[in-house]
Ligand binder design. Structure first.
Ligand SMILES: Cc1cc2nc3c(=O)[nH]c(=O)nc-3n(C[C@H](O)[C@H](O)[C@H](O)COP(=O)(O)O)c2cc1C
Length: 214
């Protein structure tokens, strides 16, 4: 028997979409080189080759103002570690423009390889981006960046760049409604289609190619 469905009130739709997406500390710089950091739970990889990452910020954010001056940002992915996530929450507090949130949260700025906004040393994965495009709507700005360099803690990826899940410990945000909740995302399970037609063969070949691609 199929399950019964409940129509979700507009207020409840965002809650039902949890976990919403990856969570990151995004660093930017203003024209004078002052570092800014902010927490973003709307971070998604929108294209895989070349690699593009998007996030959405309120237009009033220092992050957006900085991107207008220096169109570069670094996405720092935390691990599921309550101490690091508490620091990420501090980075998300509304400090005045020009305040370095990394210092407030007791996090360490590490020079990026190619862009001005620094990496956050305590985060195990870093994606350095140049802004590709932005789109303003409803008081928000969506930012899409092209990844120009990436780095990771040596114990978090294998020699082919695959994550060592229980070291990288990826984490998702549950969305605004849940405020301070995070979901661990490091028990991946392989799942194949429940369909045996000819399209399945192309899928198998693609999966094999992906596995073999060094
Ligand atoms: C876990 C978490 C996720 C957040 N996600 C977003 C988001 O996706 N979009 C957004 O506009 N603000 C988000 N915020 C709020 C910003 O981090 C916060 O407003 C911050 O002060 C903006 O910093 P800035 O003005 O220095 O750019 C989030 C905060 C936290 C703690």
């Amino acid at each position: 028997m199929l399950p019964e469905k409940l129509d979700l009130d507009a207020r409840h739709r965002d809650r039902a979409f949890a976990p919403s997406s990856g969570v990151a500390i995004v660093t930017t710089c203003d024209g004078a080189g002052r570092v800014n950091a902010a927490a973003y739970g709307s971070c998604v990889r929108v294209s895989h080759e070349p690699l593009d990452i998007a996030f959405t910020a309120y237009a009033s954010h220092d992050t957006v103002a900085n991107l207008g001056e220096v169109p570069e940002f670094t996405v720092n992915l935390p691990r599921f570690d309550p101490d690091l996530l508490a620091r990420l929450q501090t980075v998300g507090l509304p400090f005045a423009r020009g305040v370095n949130e990394l210092e407030k949260a007791g996090l360490t700025a590490l020079a990026a390889r190619t862009v001005r906004p620094p990496r956050v040393a305590e985060c195990p994965r870093h994606f350095e981006c140049r802004v590709g495009w932005t789109k303003a709507w409803d008081g928000r700005v969506m930012v899409v960046g092209r990844v120009v360099a990436a780095s990771a803690d040596t114990d978090c990826v294998d020699e082919r760049g695959y994550l060592i899940w229980d070291r990288a410990k990826p984490v998702h945000t549950c969305g605004a409604s849940y405020i301070d909740m995070f979901v661990p995302a490091f028990e991946p399970v392989a799942v194949a289609p429940n369909y045996e037609g000819p399209e399945r063969q192309a899928y198998e070949e693609n999966a094999r190619r992906m596995r073999e691609d060094g």
